[in-house]
Ligand binder design. Structure first.
Ligand SMILES: Cc1ncc(C[n+]2csc(CCOP(=O)(O)OP(=O)(O)O)c2C)c(N)n1
Ligand code: SF4
Length: 277
């Protein structure tokens, strides 16, 4: 027997020992399963992966993985991840969180992260509600959803369309998955990590507690009709016809990822001297 054969890391070995506190049936379970499957497929050394999040039920996800994690501030996962990737470009940096975290308080960071195109993989667990704070409407909630006492007649605004925003702002990889298909989601995560630049994986991810209708709705409506295109105009055209439930890889662009200069332009000492008051 060849004892020098390297052992492969299984998906389970990318999971931590911490038991998730998510509600039974929450779509977030499927996302941690997909991420750990994807990492195992890529056989990334655990010490070379960092997982950053903001705040929300979904943002707890780094604690449940066995890679380096940073549970940040609400809406600030992307700037934290950007700083980390620029300081440590050899790391694979994953970012995750909810639609509230990413598109509401973090909406501006979302647009500019797409535009800046740092090599990050951003998984948004979209349940169209603020789960952690007990069920308020989020930017992706339908205008006529009357499930929250704060918006008894519905939010009254058209929902935010994250894929259109991402494409217009310059994201280099865009896909949509559903929590009902963790294998399909894992494949997208693998491709998103492999693709240079800013990658968005949008996940239709049911909140069984505040949006109990979503589990069946996503199952019934999701249709896997996207085959990846490298043409922005074609991707835009597809999004104009999208009903919000199309899954697959929509777009893979060729923008070079933003990288810091190989040699720092100044030493820490020089920077301190320049900014001394
Ligand atoms: C600065 C700040 N504002 C508001 C909050 C309260 N808060 C915590 S989580 C959250 C929204 C969570 O919704 P989402 O990101 O969609 O995640 P989910 O819980 O649905 O997974 C809010 C408003 C906070 N923690 N910090
Ligand atoms: S409240 Fe919703 S999003 Fe939060 S853990 Fe429960 S099902 Fe998941």
């Amino acid at each position: 027997m060849n004892t020098t054969e390297p052992t492969r890391l299984t998906p389970k070995q990318y999971k931590s020992d911490i038991k998730p506190v998510w509600c039974k049936g929450c779509g977030d379970f499927s996302v941690i399963a997909a991420i750990t499957r994807g990492l195992s497929q890529l056989q990334l050394p655990r010490e070379n992966v960092a997982f950053v999040s903001g705040i929300g039920c979904s943002s707890r996800i780094p604690a449940y993985s066995a890679v380096y994690g940073f549970h940040g501030v609400h809406g600030r996962a992307l700037p934290i991840a950007t700083g980390l990737k620029l300081a440590r470009p050899e790391l694979t940096v994953l970012v995750a969180g909810g639609d509230g975290d990413g598109f509401s308080i973090g909406g501006n960071h979302f647009m500019h992260s797409c535009r800046r195109n740092v090599d990050l993989t951003y998984v948004v667990m979209d349940n169209s509600v603020y789960g952690m704070t007990k069920g308020q409407a989020s930017p992706t909630t339908a205008s006529d959803w009357t499930g929250s006492k704060l918006t008894p007649e519905g939010p009254g605004m058209p929902p935010f369309r994250p894929l259109e925003i991402a494409l217009s702002a310059g994201a280099n990889f865009i896909s949509r998955a559903t929590a009902n298909d963790p294998n399909g989601m894992a494949e997208q995560i693998v491709e998103a990590i492999r693709h240079p630049g800013f990658s968005l994986v949008h996940v239709l991810c049911p909140c069984v507690t505040y949006r109990p209708e979503q589990q069946e709705l996503f199952k019934a409506r999701a249709h896997a009709d996207w085959q990846s295109t490298t043409e922005r105009a074609e991707a835009m055209h597809r999004l104009a016809d999208d009903d919000g439930y199309t899954t697959g890889i929509l777009y893979q662009g060729d923008r070079p990822a933003f990288m810091p200069p190989a040699e720092p332009r100044a030493t820490l000492e020089q920077i301190e001297t320049e900014f001394r008051i």
